[in-house]
Design a protein. Structure first.
Length: 538
């Protein structure tokens, strides 16, 4: 008997505002044995996460309902319809889950020690020094640097990769029989991806733990999974040993999925193009305060003396580990983060400019954030979100003209202008990211900071977004600062690359040169990790 047996699982979401019910999962069946890794693969909306949430009975009932034949048996025990007390005993103890969005999954009001300690208290009745020691052990196990000093930290004080490590630490705290990992490495750079995946493999092998892996990243599936199930439109269309799926895919959808990844290279950049943004000796140091009088005891050197140049029509890719200072640098260049050093935009010194002087330049400097669901207001329609900047900068003489500009921006990013009156929750992740790009584009900027704009997207959608960004750059001569941990995407989009570590540049140059012949040991480690993730499973 398998440890987990899912049989004829069906999930339907009730209609919203009179809309017909949506059948999200249709007669899905699979099994999972001890010590085995099973991957559920598919594009956004394929039903992967709904299937995973069903195992722990975490769907929002009664809005979501199971079909009559649905069965989920864990170690011989039926979970569908099980009493809440029994489910609480299983959740987080025998079956644990790593959720996709750590910032929304962690409590913003509790420290790391309290959040991990809560899991230990509920299931292991562990308190005091024992709980603190175990918490510290877990944080060290998942590779969180300076773990002891982080015990009192809150989620907002950590980078995306660090928060994901904390989520994994919470999930493995009680050494579960099954670990469900829903896109566990989405926000992580390749070196940390490799570390996290190795950690999961080691835990699986040491504890005999079964791993249910939900992901859109095929390189991770190739690296981790023993068996793979390919999902689309709520159904499993192909299943089998991972090697067979990748070598001889049978279903047309599987073949399309395997071929969908950012391809091609950007053409050569014009070395004589005007400089749009330049930074020299840019520093962002955060003070570390301690003691009764909160005296400064030291500094976190998030950005430490970085110099760079971004020209019109070119892209500078910034790569490095989570916490290396990539995002902080981007915010500093936009003057959204206080910094020291010289920052020039179109020849104007903006490092010391007052906010009143900066306001006219704001429309020319835009940003696209990593998570479009968090950066788009759920209470505003798409037209209101995109049109907000037009109103602030008094662009468009009338409401009709602004509406035309909004619809043009939507068309340019490949969306139906008729969708302007809908709301963010009605769109997929890729569509939301296109909306975020349209919001930046409608102001006709000269410089855009793209902070991990493709990290949470499916491979096929990544390829579409990369192609869109290349097309828009060629059309308008845009300058991009492209922050990413995905080296395939950086290679497809960036003319030049800058590698950051601990707030400093360790290597920079032409993208192809740095990718194919890295010189710094850290850059070599980055490239080695990227190639390792693309390897065939051992």
């Amino acid at each position: 008997m398998s440890l987990l047996e899912v049989d004829k699982l069906g999930v339907t979401f009730g209609g919203w505002r009179g809309a017909p019910p949506v059948e999200a999962v249709k007669a899905v069946s699979f099994s999972l044995d001890r010590g085995e890794t099973l991957a559920l693969v598919g594009e956004s909306g394929s039903g992967k996460s709904v299937t995973a949430l069903s195992v722990l009975q975490l769907l929002p009932y009664p809005a979501a309902s199971h079909s009559r034949d649905s069965s989920i048996r864990f170690d011989g025990e039926e979970l569908v319809g099980a009493p809440q007390a029994r489910l609480r005993a299983v959740r987080g103890n025998r079956i644990a889950m790593v959720f996709q969005e750590p910032m929304t999954s962690l409590n913003p009001l509790h420290t790391l020690e309290k959040q991990i300690g809560e899991t230990l208290l509920i299931h292991k009745h562990m308190t005091g020094r024992a709980a603190r020691a175990r918490t510290l052990e877990l944080l060290q196990l998942v590779g969180l640097r300076d773990a002891e000093s982080r015990l009192g930290a809150y989620p907002h004080q950590l980078s995306g990769g660090q928060r994901q490590r904390v989520m994994i630490a919470m999930a493995i705290a009680n050494e579960p029989d099954i670990l469900i990992a829903d896109e566990p490495t989405t926000a992580l750079d390749v070196t940390i991806q490799a570390q996290i995946l190795k950690l999961m493999r080691d835990l699986r092998d040491r504890l005999g733990m079964a791993l249910l892996l939900i992901t859109h990243d095929l390189s991770i599936v190739r690296h981790m999974a023993d068996r793979t199930c390919v999902m689309t439109h709520g159904e499993i269309v192909e299943r089998g040993p991972t090697v067979d799926i990748f070598v001889q895919p049978q279903h047309p959808y599987t073949r399309r999925l395997l071929s969908a990844e950012p391809k091609g290279r950007v053409g050569p950049a014009d070395p004589a193009a005007p400089v749009v943004v330049a930074g020299e000796g840019v520093k962002v140091w955060f003070p570390i305060r301690a003691g009764l009088f909160r005296r400064v005891r030291g500094y976190v050197k998030a950005v430490d003396g970085v110099s760079l140049t971004v020209r019109a029509g070119s892209t500078l890719g910034v790569v490095g580990e989570s916490g290396s200072g990539k995002t902080t640098l981007g915010l500093a260049l936009l003057r959204l983060q206080e910094s020291e050093g010289v920052i020039a935009f179109a020849g104007h010194d903006i490092a010391h400019a007052a906010q009143k002087q900066l306001r006219p330049l704001r429309r020319e400097m835009q940003v696209v954030f990593q998570d479009p669901y968090s950066s788009l207001s759920p209470r505003m329609s798409i037209a209101q979100i995109i049109g907000e900047g037009l109103q602030v900068h008094r662009l468009g003489g009338s409401e009709k003209e602004r509406r035309e500009m909004i619809e043009t921006a939507l068309t340019e990013v490949g969306l139906d202008p008729g969708a302007a009156d809908r709301y963010p929750h009605e769109f997929s992740g890729g569509q939301r990211q296109r909306i975020a790009i349209a919001r930046a584009l409608v102001l006709k900027p000269r410089f855009i900071v793209l902070d991990e704009p493709t990290s949470a997207l499916d491979m096929s959608v990544q390829a579409q977004i990369v192609e869109l960004l290349r097309e828009l750059q060629a059309r308008y001569g845009l300058a991009y600062l492209f922050i990413s941990h995905d080296l395939k995407v950086v290679r497809a989009l960036a003319h030049h690359i800058m590698v950051m570590k601990d707030g400093q540049i360790v290597e920079q140059g032409d993208t192809e040169k740095v990718m194919t012949a890295p010189e710094h040991p850290y850059t070599k480690a980055l490239m080695a990790a990227a190639f390792d993730l693309a390897a065939v499973p051992h």
